[in-house]
Design a protein around this ligand. Structure first.
Ligand code: GRF
Length: 223
C-alpha cells in the first residue's frame, strides 16, 4: 500500500537501544513508497549497537545518549529532545528503545512506541518486559493470541493511548523465539499503518514541514 498524499515526507526521529530491525523495516517501507516519511536522525541509548550501524549505512545522522550520563529521567528526556531539535523531526518513534522517555510537554502526542504484545490485556509490559521476556510471559499465561501494539507515549512505560494493534495466533509448540518471529512480522506492517493512521487523525499536530507547525503545547492525543 502506498501513502500517496499531498503531505510532504514526515520527518521522523527514531530512538533505539539494540538491533535496529524496526528501523530497517521502517526504512524499507519508506523506500517502497509505503510511508511518506524520512528518518532525519537516530538516537541510541546504548553505544555501538547494530541499530546505529543501520542508520549510518543509510546516511542518517546518529547520536548516542546514555541514561547513566543524565541525572534523572527528566534530564535524560531533555537531553534527547535537545539532540533531536536541530534535525527538526515532527514525530518521534521508539523502536526497541529500552529506557523510559520523559518527553518535554511540547512533545506531548508526538511520540509513538511499538510493543510486541497486546496491550493492555497481556500484562507483559513495563520495565523488564522486552525482547523474548515478553513472549515468554505471554506463553506462560496460556493465551491463545498475542500481537503487537502501537501507542502514544505518555509519562509511563508501555502505557499511553493505543493507536492500533495487530493480532497473531499463539500456536501449539510455540517457544518465545517462534512467537517473537510471528509477532515481529506483524509489527513490520503495523508500525507504518499506525503512523499513517495517527498522522491522518491529527492534522493539527502534523501539518507538514513546510506548513503550519501545529500547536506543540496540545495534549490529550487519543487513538
Ligand atoms: C520490537 O519487538 C518492538 O516491539 C520492541 O523492540 C523490538 C524491536 O527492537 N519495542 P529492534 O528493532 O530489533 O532493535
Amino acid at each position: 500500500m502506498t501513502d500517496a498524499g499531498d503531505r510532504p515526507p514526515l520527518p521522523l526521529a527514531v530512538l533505539l537501544s539494540g538491533t535496529g530491525r524496526t528501523l530497517e523495516s521502517l526504512l524499507a517501507t519508506i523506500a517502497a513508497g509505503g510511508l511518506a516519511a524520512r528518518v532525519v536522525v537516530v538516537v541510541s541509548s546504548v553505544p555501538g549497537v547494530r541499530g546505529l550501524a543501520v542508520a549510518a549505512a543509510a546516511g542518517i545522522p546518529i547520536v548516542t545518549l546514555r541514561r547513566r550520563d543524565a541525572a534523572d529521567d527528566d534530564a535524560y528526556g531533555a537531553a534527547i529532545f535537545a539532540a533531536l531539535a536541530p534535525f527538526r523531526p515532527e514525530l518521534v518513534l521508539l523502536a526497541g528503545f529500552l529506557r523510559r522517555l520523559a518527553a518535554p510537554p511540547a512533545w506531548t502526542g508526538r511520540v509513538l512506541n511499538i510493543h510486541p504484545a497486546l496491550l493492555p490485556e497481556s500484562g507483559a509490559a513495563g520495565p523488564g518486559f522486552y525482547g523474548e521476556r515478553v513472549h515468554a510471559a505471554v506463553l506462560a499465561s496460556g493465551a491463545t493470541e498475542s500481537g503487537a501494539t502501537v501507542h502514544v507515549v505518555d509519562e509511563g512505560y508501555d502505557t499511553g493511548p493505543i493507536v492500533l494493534r495487530a493480532r497473531v495466533p499463539v500456536r501449539p509448540g510455540d517457544i518465545p523465539a517462534t512467537l517473537a518471529a510471528r509477532v515481529f512480522a506483524a509489527e513490520c506492517r503495523l508500525y507504518p499503518a499506525a503512523i499513517r493512521r495517527y498522522v491522518a487523525a491529527h492534522p493539527e499536530l502534523f501539518a507538514g514541514e513546510d506548513g503550519d507547525d501545529g500547536d506543540r503545547r496540545r495534549d490529550g492525543a487519543d487513538a
